[in-house]
Design a protein around this ligand. Sequence first.
Ligand code: SF4
Length: 283
Amino acid sequence: MNQLPQKYPFLPTWCPGCGNFGIMNAIKMAIAKSGHPKEKFVIVYDIGCSGNMSDFLDMYGFHGLHGRALPPAAGIKLANHDLKVIVVIGDGGCYGEGATHFINLMRGNHDITVLVHDNHRYSLTTGQMSPTTDKGEATKSTPEGSIEEPLNPLALAISNHATFIAREFSGAIPQLSARIGEAISHEGFALIDMLQICSVYNPKQDLRWYREHTVSLEAEGHNSTDKAAAWTQAMREEKLPVGLFFKADRPAYHSQVSELQSGTLVNHNKSVVDMTTLLQDYR
Ligand code: SF4
């Protein structure tokens, strides 16, 4: 029997109704409109349903371990700061296993765009509660309802000096894509917490639920340069505000590293580096 040639990239294997379809299209549209060739981008993927996107996008990428996508992303940016670095990660990876990386990269204002697929579950591992699961929710790992209060990623980002902080919905693809484009253009740490539908392990928070429970920051006249106002919006519980919470200009980490002022690290001439003094310390 003749075998069909395997094509790359592969077709998505996500479940019908999954918000990851919309997010992937939003990312593709944002990159296409960015004005940069796609070879200038590197996407660092975490483990999870979102990370499976590495099989579906024909771009430079690196697939990290669970919660560990953030350090390689920062390292890639420092090795070649001409590149645009995007992280595709879930709420479990970014706000759970990778929370320390998340906090410290925000403090340093590392110039990476972090796109968090926040579906409030560990979905690839079949629906356990995650850091953003609402209190009282019955999940596979909390059959009697979760006991912990949910983590607030927007408040965490505001209080740890991220310079671009937004929340968008996976079902509003043009708006999400435009926001991803703004985050890519921003020089510094950019977080977009993306409310993502998981039709299998979190069916309650579906398209209708998000339409009823979200409110537009722009429509409310929110001032995204006002940090105190951003904090107030982040702490709201009766509705989930979507849009740009906060944006500030602060030098990015790589722009403050003296060794990088003469060009990218990958293009440094290693033959003129004198290691003699350093190596003497190890004799
Ligand atoms: Fe999407 Fe949920 Fe299916 Fe994973 S389990 S592919 S997040 S719908």
